[in-house]
Design a protein around this ligand. Structure first.
Ligand code: GDP
Length: 601
């Protein structure tokens, strides 16, 4: 065991603010985190910056070393910043504390050249919804053509050293970002002009590549936390720990373990904890608390070292029995001297607070964490896509069994977000014609599903159109009677609409349609065809009439529309048929309604 001492009892220790990094893919989230870690390692004496589970702690001493003249460490009493290692809003929404965001503060990374992109907007929405304070890192300033880098320099300094052209190009891009923030309801400005960071968003130009602006970024984060979050950071550090599960995974020698972030109190190696699980709260005894070994000791056999206690805010790997059903995103609470059933009730109510409305009929949703399940479900709800079942975990055969009970073909679908699909489930899905959608980006997942629904609806529409009698008016041509009767074979020209085979033919007599026979075949220069359109001339065979008696050359004939078909065509399919079919339909309806005004209504 290491000699990490549990903190002494102190009702208001200030904890480290937790920082999340969000932004569009490729805008530089990972690079920025790497840069911050790298700068921190370079600045601090070895060991000052510690590798944690799921997070990187950068202590105040290191921040002030990096920030140089920008920071006076005596201005601060918060201990530093804890950066969550997995960037992106997926992890951001997953990491929750008491129903809110786990991160106290966020960095929204925006590529200065690329500006706002779909995931930037998604991130903004999430930050708004969770009321998380944030600053904008306008990244990649080194890519402005003609930029002369000054490694790790404060940003105003390096901006002033650039040519006027470069400065004006960069400023133009920065003001574009400020404009886009304002379009999204945030008043924003360059961070050095912002007085009140609660009312305004500070924009910090940075380069994750050269480290320019990183001192400013850390200073602004530190200042913002100190100024506006100090009260929230006051915790009872020795009290029973509270945290969030980042990930449930196997760790060699320890079985199923939890990677967790503790955001309040302390967890000790001899504590009993309550963890949110698939089947409700799990009560279990901690077997070991683990941390990555410092880099210099990496050669030893074990990757992890055991510690006695971990205090907020920090990341830790928890080994304990019975963790198989634990869920990523779920709460963890230490019982210690508290009432056991009270703590269980708290975890239960936190689990219940994650709301997904399910219905008798709808799609099946599987997601990797509670937070993502909630995010995806709320998006589906907004899009009015009903959900029959929503669960955390891999797609298993029983999910296919649920999905195949859906009545609507569009609902025979499973939306799998960042989860594995078990092989036998995939086979079963294929066999049962349940459609699987897999993606790690919510909006893409839903877009794929929407496309599928559109395709099904179009196919259904086509099927309906295929089975419905289509309107057409056609004229019997002069001198084109090829056969008088049984059947009559005559040349016709389609005047309006779509003429198809196997339809009844009528002629108007004193306002009433009089059936003259059934059109059996259509021929185009001796070849059988299925249909003829406006303007086309074809030879048709009609069973029933004799030319010269029931029909005459020069007659205008119509396809007989059953009343039900006419009604569907007029009320549901008007937009799906061609202009001249619509015209033929209107003329037909008009003629019918002269006699019976409510025909087909
Ligand atoms: P993420 O998807 O937001 O995590 O983006 P990454 O950190 O993976 O960066 C995407 C690409 O942009 C990588 O090729 C990075 O090397 C590059 N990149 C990130 N930040 C900068 C920067 O400040 N300057 C330059 N020139 N390239 C950058």
């Amino acid at each position: 065991m290491s000699d990490t001492d549990p903190p002494e009892t102190d009702a208001d220790t200030l904890r480290t603010p937790i920082v999340a990094v969000l932004g569009h893919v490729d805008h530089g989230k990972t690079s920025l985190l790497d840069r911050i870690r790298g700068s921190a390692v370079a600045a601090g004496e070895s060991g000052a910056i510690t590798q944690h589970i799921g997070a990187t702690a950068v202590p105040l001493s290191v921040i002030s070393e990096i920030a140089g003249e920008l920071v006076d460490p005596t201005d601060f009493d918060l201990p530093g910043l804890l950066f969550i290692d997995t960037p992106g809003h997926h992890s951001f929404s997953t990491l929750r504390s008491r129903g809110g965001a786990l991160a106290d503060i966020a960095i929204l990374v925006v590529d200065v050249n690329d500006g706002f992109q779909p995931q930037t907007l998604e991130a903004i929405d999430i930050l708004k919804r969770t009321e998380t304070p944030f600053i904008v890192a306008a990244n990649k300033i080194d890519t402005v053509p003609g930029w002369r880098p000054n490694e790790n320099s404060p940003v105003q300094q390096t901006m002033e050293s650039q040519s006027e052209r470069v400065q004006s190009d960069l400023n133009e891009n920065l003001y574009e970002i400020i404009g886009e923030l304002s379009d999204n309801g945030f008043s924003a400005d360059m961070y050095w002009r912002v007085q009140n960071f609660q009312a305004n968003i500070g924009v910090v130009p940075v380069s994750a590549e050269t480290g320019e602006g990183v001192p400013d970024l850390l200073t602004v984060m530190m200042g913002l936390s100190q100024r506006y979050m100090k009260e929230e950071m006051a915790i009872d550090a020795a009290g029973p720990g509270v945290g969030t599960v980042l990930e449930v995974k196997d760790t060699q020698g320890f079985g199923t373990t939890l990677d967790a972030i503790i955001y309040d109190g302390t967890i000790r190696a001899d504590d009993t904890i309550v963890v949110g699980g698939l089947q409700g709260p799990i009560v279990t005894d901690v077997r070991a608390l683990l941390r990555p070994r410092p880099l210099e000791e990496i050669r030893t056999e074990q990757t992890f070292e055991q510690v006695d206690a971990v205090a907020a805010a920090d990341g830790v790997k928890i080994a304990a029995p019975d963790l198989d059903g634990a869920m990523a995103g779920a709460p963890i609470r230490v019982i210690r001297d508290r009432n056991r059933s009270e703590v269980i009730a708290e975890v239960e109510s936190e689990l219940a607070g994650i709301e997904v409305t399910t219905q008798e009929e709808g799609v099946v949703v599987k997601a990797d964490t509670l937070g993502s399940l909630e995010a995806i479900s709320s998006t589906l709800e907004e899009e009015e896509i009903p959900i029959m079942r929503a669960e955390v975990g891999a797609v298993a055969p029983r999910d296919i069994r649920v999905a195949e009970t859906a009545n609507e073909p569009t609902h025979r679908a499973i939306l799998a977000f960042s989860v594995e699909v078990l092989d036998d489930a995939r086979d079963l899905a294929e066999q049962e014609e349940v459609k699987l959608f897999e993606n790690d980006v919510i909006y893409q997942l839903i877009e794929e599903y929407d496309d599928h629904v559109t395709a099904i609806e179009e196919a259904q529409q086509e099927q309906i159109l295929e089975n419905i009698t289509r309107p057409a008016k056609f004229r019997v041509l002069k001198d084109h009677t090829f056969r008088q009767s049984d059947p009559a074979v005559v040349g016709v020209e389609v005047l309006s609409g779509l003429l198809r085979r196997n339809v009844n033919v009528v002629r108007w007599e004193g306002g009433d349609p009089k059936r003259v026979g059934r059109l059996k075949t259509i021929q185009d220069e001796g070849e059988d065809v299925d249909e003829a359109r406006t303007g086309e001339r074809m030879a048709v065979s009609i069973d029933g009439p004799t030319v010269g008696r029931q029909i005459e050359e020069g007659d205008d004939l119509w396809v007989e529309l059953p009343e039900k078909h006419a009604k569907i065509l007029e009320q549901e399919l008007r937009e799906d048929i061609s202009v001249d079919e619509r015209e033929a339909l209107s003329m037909y309806l008009e003629k019918r309604r002269e006699q019976s005004p409510f025909w087909g209504k």
